[in-house]
Write a protein that binds this ligand. Structure first.
Ligand code: ZN
Length: 170
């Protein structure tokens, strides 16, 4: 960083709040997520708010830049962890819980980390659950456009996320 780097303020770098429009597709072309100029996605660059592969591809971009970014699963939501695909007994859930496919619950792992599991199937007494991110193991194909870049406020830096209309609400 040179002392003059502030003069190139409109370039995406750590500590900038960035507005994006994007379409996210799988390798098969299925649209997984999108944000347009009317309802842009806003994030704080360098704060791990977006997947690492996209964050590094956006480094140095300017307003108006359009990019196609392919992010391998490992640089996206990670590879699927087979240890998080489990079959548990119905009796391990509280009796008053009505189990349904698609239902999510939080569980603490042996290492103390909290993981959100999704119920994938219920067969008799056995319940299949998956604690992987729904996009784990999926290659991500972004068509992204940079709509706006501004300096983050000190509050945003401290909180590690963008505030404002399309940012984080407390
Ligand atoms: Zn905040």
């Amino acid at each position: 960083m040179s002392p003059n780097s502030k003069s190139s303020a409109a370039v995406i770098s750590e500590g900038k709040v960035v507005q994006l429009a994007y379409i996210l597709k799988s390798d098969e072309g299925e649209v997984l997520d999108e944000a347009d100029a009317q309802d842009p996605f806003v994030y704080l660059h360098g704060a791990d708010q977006i997947v690492p592969g996209l964050e590094s591809a956006l480094e140095g971009c300017k307003v108006g830049d359009k990019k196609t970014v392919k992010v391998e699963a490992a640089d996206g939501y990670g590879e699927e962890d087979p240890a998080l695909v489990l079959t548990v007994k119905r009796t391990q859930f509280p009796k008053d819980v009505e189990l349904e496919e698609g239902m999510q619950f939080e569980s603490e792992l042996a290492d103390g980390s909290e993981v959100v599991f999704t119920v994938e199937a219920i067969e008799g007494d056995s319940v299949s659950v998956n604690g992987n991110h729904p996009l784990a193991g999926v290659n991500l194909n972004f068509d992204v456009e940079v709509l706006a870049i501004r300096e983050a406020t000190s509050d945003e830096i401290e909180h590690g996320h963008a505030h404002g209309e399309h940012g984080h609400h407390h």
